[in-house]
Design a protein around this ligand. Structure first.
Ligand code: SF4
Length: 288
């Protein structure tokens, strides 16, 4: 871990990454890809120590409150956050500015900040997004080795449900020949419906790989699924998108089940909802 003073924190779409790099160790992590040109080892996490100050300045310049997203490129609740509390300080600033928050994580450390999620929700909007890729905790420990497994993430979703914080599940990636089974997808959907999630994101029901990410993933296949690398090379070559051979069937299953439970699963619809911040003061509108 090393510390830097960043020049900016909010992207044009109001996304932020307080950390650069990640220690969760997911075998399929796209953030490792060479195209991001990270100048340091991926696990040597860069900490943007002035993130709260930068966020405060950026939000003060906004003409109206917005949704602020975090967790797209690096988990905001890595173990280092337990002591650094930079994500927490940023949430305090979001709350103070009356903005909304959309937080994405795989860690139940997220529950530490429940008081702030409630404050943000009461004044604006707060959504927690959790990734669930397998209902099998043993497989989860292989695919996402340094973060709490699915069972604890599900418990976290239930706590968020009890507190009235809306949630979205990222059921992605579905790794061809590993977790892309109907049985696994049905089991994750059962967890999602039981936890009352608002949306389930699946994208193409597969995996993406590119330089940097691919080598790391193939090394993990060699360690844990020794027969699979050759199958991947034969079936996908150097393709960026690796859809599950069962993608069409899985997508149909997911859409049908989500529709029956009134859960969003259309990617555009979910992202539009995540970005939308309702007017917090409708009673102050003047009559037309
Ligand atoms: S939590 Fe996200 S950023 Fe971190 S290793 Fe896993 S996929 Fe990569």
């Amino acid at each position: 871990m090393h510390f830097v003073s960043a020049k900016g924190i909010l992207s044009a779409q109001n996304g932020m990454n307080i950390y650069r790099g990640c220690t969760h160790g997911c075998i399929y992590c796209d953030s490792r890809s060479a195209c991001y040109q990270m100048p340091h080892a991926f696990e040597d996490v860069e900490v943007k120590q002035n993130a709260p100050e930068l966020l405060d300045l950026a939000l003060a310049r906004k003409r109206r409150p917005c949704m602020v997203g975090t967790g797209g490129m690096s988990d905001p609740y890595m173990p280092c956050e337990a002591e650094l509390a930079l994500t927490r300080r940023c949430l305090e600033i979001i709350a103070r500015h009356g903005c909304g928050a959309a937080v994405q994580t795989k860690s139940d450390l997220v529950l530490r900040d429940m008081d702030l999620f409630v404050r943000i929700r009461d004044r604006a909007k707060c959504v927690v997004q959790m990734t669930l890729t397998t209902a099998d905790d043993a497989l989860c420990r292989v695919a996402e080795p340094n973060v709490c497994p699915t069972g604890r993430r599900y418990e976290a979703l239930k706590v968020l449900q009890r507190e009235g914080i809306p949630t979205v599940v990222w059921m992605t990636p579905l790794l061809p020949y590993i977790n892309d089974t109907e049985e696994n997808v049905r089991a994750i959907l059962d967890l999602c419906f039981d936890a009352g999630v608002r949306g389930v994101l699946t994208f193409g029901c597969g995996l993406t790989l590119r330089q940097g990410d691919r080598e790391y993933y193939y090394a993990a296949l060699d360690r844990h699924f020794p027969e699979l690398k050759e199958v991947y090379i034969k079936n996908y070559g150097n393709a960026y998108e690796l859809p599950s051979p069962r993608a069409a069937r899985l997508r149909e299953l997911i859409v049908t089940a989500c529709r029956a439970h009134h859960v969003m699963t259309d990617t555009d619809e979910i992202f539009a909802w995540l970005r939308h911040l309702p007017d917090p003061y409708p009673q102050m509108r003047l009559p037309l």
